[in-house]
Design a protein around this ligand. Structure first.
Ligand SMILES: *Cc1c(COP(=O)(O)O)cnc(C)c1O
Length: 373
């Protein structure tokens, strides 16, 4: 192919330089190159073998078992599959919620990922946006108010276990006491743990969001904290929800329980090679290292007077938005007057230092020009 080297170089450079997105950079999957020359397809349910046997479903099930374990569930009670990413996992969770309660109302905060509005639109579900607090967490008083208006309807709580912009975690205990206070009998809880799903199980104190808390489904992105060349993710749910939507299809001889028919068979291999190599201990260590870098970044940004802060021990450091030039160069995501750096695995301290230096120089130039006026 023409230009292949240029395309590679451009992406490699951008990939080395970004600081504002939650995508781990420290992976290598080149040992899987031979798989690029064969057709792999995990069509249908990961637990139901297909008549087409060019799959990696056995490995996919190992990934799911690993996640069941870190999400405090027995594989006898929960089910899941490897998705194309967090968005698909969230769509699936909402789909299960709708099949469970067709006339439910979905509650989610205004800090929720942009894809959720689209998912709700696709599913044609009634929904109410709840205000967020300053730190990005859902506003429980506002939730209570809107909930009382519709307390005769089943409720779907779409919770953020780490918002995209500030890594804020909605407090499941508070949600549960609201459910109790208003005696809501029919409800469904979905946790969007796109970034934090592979992190939160190893954080102390552990955020409440997993199956031990009785949640119905959880979506996690695989290409974020774990990392990889192809977007992917995990969705997990209580088995009863999956059984409700299962249809048998004779054409491929498997169950149609997933959103897409043909499914990626390569990403389960990537995920499992990471999980097998690192295990729970490795993941925990990875979290600790990333937290240390985030702490360092927060302190240094504050030394420069940029009002940096983090939710709990988050990997996301929020601070005053620097110049457009710097945002562009370091690919910093920004919203209104704040920007963030996400201290993902593979991000080097030296890269943070480069950014800090550049911010410092810019502010010195600014001060000088002010002094001239
Ligand atoms: C990234 C993200 C998503 C979407 O995940 P994709 O893997 O990009 O589809 C959803 N929710 C949150 C909170 C996210 O950070």
């Amino acid at each position: 192919m023409k230009d292949l080297q240029n395309i590679y170089t451009r992406i490699k450079n951008s990939s080395d330089n970004f600081l504002g997105y939650p995508l781990a950079k420290d992976f290598s999957f080149s040992e899987f190159a031979p798989f690029l020359d064969i057709c792999i397809n995990n069509v249908g349910d990961p637990e139901a073998e297909s008549t087409l046997t060019i799959d990696t479903k056995e490995i996919e099930r190992k990934c799911i078992s690993f996640f069941a374990d870190i999400l405090s569930a027995s594989i006898n009670d929960v089910w899941g599959y490897v998705t194309n990413g967090g968005t698909e996992g969230n769509l699936y969770g909402l789909y299960l919620a709708r099949e469970c309660y067709p006339n439910a109302i979905v509650y989610y905060s205004e800090s929720t990922h942009y894809s959720v509005k689209k998912n709700l639109h696709l599913l044609n579900m009634r929904n109410v946006v709840v205000r967020s607090q300053e730190n990005g967490e859902i506003d429980y008083e506002d939730l209570e108010q809107v909930l009382t208006i519709h307390r005769d309807k089943p409720a779907v709580f779409f919770l953020n276990i780490g918002t995209t912009m500030t890594e804020a975690v909605d407090d499941l205990s508070k949600i549960k006491s609201i459910i109790k206070k208003y005696a809501i009998k029919n409800y469904y809880i979905h946790c969007d743990a796109a970034f934090l799903g592979a992190i939160a199980p190893f954080v102390e104190p552990k955020p409440k969001f997993d199956f031990s808390e009785g949640v119905d489904s959880i979506a996690i992105s695989g290409h974020k904290f774990i990392g990889g060349p192809i977007p992917c993710g995990i969705v997990m749910c209580k088995r009863a929800h999956r059984n409700r939507v299962a249809n048998s299809i004779s054409y491929v001889g498997t169950l149609d329980t997933t959103i897409t028919g043909s499914r990626n068979g390569l990403t389960p291999l990537f995920l499992w090679s990471f999980l097998e190599k690192n295990g729970k201990e490795g993941l925990k260590q990875r979290v600790v290292e990333a937290q240390q870098l985030a702490k360092y970044t927060e302190e240094k940004l504050n030394d420069l007077g940029l009002n940096a802060w983090r939710n709990n021990d988050a990997l996301t450091v929020v601070f005053n938005k620097p110049s457009e030039k710097i945002c562009k160069k370091y690919q910093l995501a920004s919203e209104e007057n704040i920007a963030h750096i996400i201290c993902v695995p593979g991000l080097q301290k030296e890269q943070i230092d480069l950014l800090l230096k550049e911010i410092e120089i810019e502010s010195m130039v600014k001060e000088e020009s002010l002094a001239l006026v």
